[in-house]
Design a protein. Structure first.
Ligand code: IMP
Length: 185
């Protein structure tokens, strides 16, 4: 199996995250609560918070995984921060159909934040089913299954410092299909 094509290099990711951090900082001069969705936003979040120039609090929540079926979203871990009257930025790894985000925005809005904005690293807008509000977008991606920089297939590949396009047929047959090409060991 040939190595999966690189879609976004580490240096491009760094530049994109810095641009997003500047935008988020400009809109939240007094700081914000960043709500990150585990586990996909892990790397993005850690780079984003370091690049912000305003104070932030960080809260995590976790949803049931993509593989369990689109649209069927379940909160498996909730925030430990009260969002009431706080400026909130939801940090997402990728918005695909938009079903997850739409559901999550409903949950968060019900908690009465002073403001609620969405910051996503990747926007796969060609796949959108539900129109969604995106305030900050790092990169537009085509209709491909992306891996790395937090994004996984069956738990693998999250720790790559760049983003590749996975071969879904090969991965479905063997989730470790790209391991040899991507990890020198
Ligand atoms: P949506 O509900 O279809 O917008 O899906 C959003 C979630 O699906 C993301 O937060 C990811 O966890 C997952 N997802 C969507 N596309 C990809 C991908 O290309 N690679 C890895 N995970 C993905």
């Amino acid at each position: 199996l040939s190595p999966p094509p690189v879609l976004i290099e580490a240096a491009e990711l760094r530049a994109g995250v810095e641009r997003l951090a500047a935008e988020v900082s400009a809109d939240h001069p007094d700081g914000a609560v960043l709500v990150a969705v585990l586990k996909g936003s892990l790397l993005f979040l850690s780079d984003l918070v370091r690049a912000l120039t305003v104070p932030v609090e960080v809260g995590f929540l976790a949803l049931s995984s993509y593989a369990e079926g689109t649209g069927r979203v379940r909160l498996v871990m909730d925030l430990d921060i009260d969002l009431h009257d706080r400026p909130v930025v939801l940090v997402e790894d990728v918005v695909d159909t938009g079903l997850t985000l739409t559901w999550l925005l409903g949950v968060l809005r019900a908690r009465g934040p002073a403001s609620l904005r969405v910051c996503t690293l990747l926007d796969k807008s060609v796949r959108r089913i539900v129109p969604t509000q995106l305030d900050y977008v790092g990169f537009e991606v085509a209709d491909e299954f992306v891996l790395g920089y937090g994004l996984d297939f069956a738990g693998r590949y999250r720790n790559l410092d760049h983003i590749v396009a996975g071969d879904v047929a090969a991965l479905s047959a063997d989730p470790d299909a790209h391991v040899q090409a991507l990890y020198p060991g």
